[in-house]
Ligand binder design. Sequence first.
Ligand code: PMP
Length: 358
Amino acid sequence: MNVPVLPRDDLQALEGYHSPQLDVSVRLNTNESPYPPPPAFVDRWLGELRGAALNRYPDRDARELRAALGRHLGQPAERLFCANGSNEVLQTLLLSYGGAHRRAVVFEPTYALHAHIARITGTEVVVGERRADFSIDPAAARELIAETHPTIVFACSPNNPTGTVEDAATVDVLNDATDGLVVVDEAYGEFAPQSALARVRDDGRLVVVRTYSKVWSLAALRLGFAVAPPWVVEQLEAVVLPYHLPLATQIAGRVALEFGEEMRARVSLLVSERERVMAALAAIDRVAAFPSGANFVLFKVHGDGHALWEELVARGVLVRDCSSWPRLAQCLRVTIGTPEENDAFVAALAASVREVAA
Ligand code: PMP
């Protein structure tokens, strides 16, 4: 072979983002909805798609989707930017407001893609620490922001992988402390008791990012959005690739909103299942769960977290092994599934804990 072409120097040490999949019966490792969307939604979606002009590029501005989503959220359409999953929203934010000689602040442990996409876009990553309960320390955050002058400050509420819901007051402190954007990633926002959505203002610098992947059961269709001041939306539209959002996705995002009641019922079920799983975890010796406002729960085990993860896999249950991640020694994260899956998880965990302790 010829000499391989090297990527950019700053990308050479970068590892791709992986969430290993195994062929097991109970898959609770990637925080998706355990339920497919309602069959009536699929019929409506396919019906519209059949009549669509597939030979034409999709609407660049996703006007129908944004109008419907705006009505659903009680937000003007001018504040909405839609993209292929919230990951593409985050990438477009970093392409626009990050880049060379700019900094983004993240508070670890948090969603790995914030720092990962920052690095890919050449943005310097400034790492702030969280408190022992995984919340952001407002005073420490203020100091870090004053020292480093970021153009983007990331918060994540509920935070992945810890489940922590951020105080509204903390978001205000971040906003006040920076003259950059504050991006609150609310990928799991619908499962939480509070949201920063109502704090977005046309003359502010707060951006809230959400997704259809979890609550709307549409992870496969890749749709996420930002609620942001219109001047940010205009900037994101200028940077993102033209026609980036497939028509099938635009239609799905609009039609899904007609099934709000069904989706809200799923959210309530998952929230009550989360509380049931929390109670079950509290009853297992040598396991401590962290409070969660999301559709997953982080828990810490005594001893070797990876060994426990392997025991769970041997029992047909796949959760996320966070135990080798910085700041998360002995921690595993379980996605809330169907009641049957959750029962299988709790039983497998109790047996695995006994096995590892023996
Ligand atoms: N933000 C957070 C905090 C997430 O956990 C995820 C999904 N793992 C995403 C964003 C990305 O979701 P999507 O691209 O599917 O919208």
